[in-house]
Design a protein around this ligand. Sequence first.
Ligand code: ZN
Length: 256
Amino acid sequence: MINVMIYNENVHETTVESVRAIYPDGIHGAIKGFLEKDGAVGKIRCATLKDHRETLNKEALEDTDVLIWWGHMKHHEVDDEAVARVVRRVLDGMGLIVLHSGHASKPFQKLMGTDTPLLRWREAGEKVRLWNIIRNHPIAQGLDESFVVPHDETYGEPFGIPAPDEQVFISWFQGGEIFRSGCTWRRGEGKIFYFQNGHETFPVYHQKEVQLVIANAVKWACPPLRICLRDRGPGNAPALEKYESDSGGFTPVTRG
Ligand code: ZN
């Protein structure tokens, strides 16, 4: 079973009535709602900006296989020590799924080695068509060659990310932009997936194709083993094999 942690800023849902109407239990509640119906998913924990110093604790993160991250306007209020714990766990193998404006979150920037990645954006409720360009990719299973999100925030290239290891989706927006909307990377032992859709004023996370992408990504990003490599450290290590020679095992080669 895959243990999931969902971090959601949870500011818009608690301060803007129209957003609360779409996500009465918060974006994290909506994501939890469809993931808990997935037989492969075990424990689901949630963290919000308000409680993340406690909820993103070491024990909980070590018991997490995949962390999902949604943040927008309060990235700078996320605690640096919590960010360091998240980054360390990703390097140890925890999967990370970064949604929508999470491209500007501290953990994503640290793992990508960027400042806030540049992009074009516009809140115009435009239609977006996502092209599924690696149809055999585990994250694309069950999808057609493309699908439409009727209304979302527009993001456009150039997007200042390092070149993805795999480009799973590319989006076309009604206003003319294109965007690398589904990207994967590996950092250390961890797998990272960025997925663009999900502006808070549209019911994007209630759409079944989007739910399928996230559920597939959880399975793809889950490490086969839950280990903490970095706790072991690089360490001085004895040889695993006995040397064949009696002379301390090392015969210097002399020349001339
Ligand atoms: Zn947005």
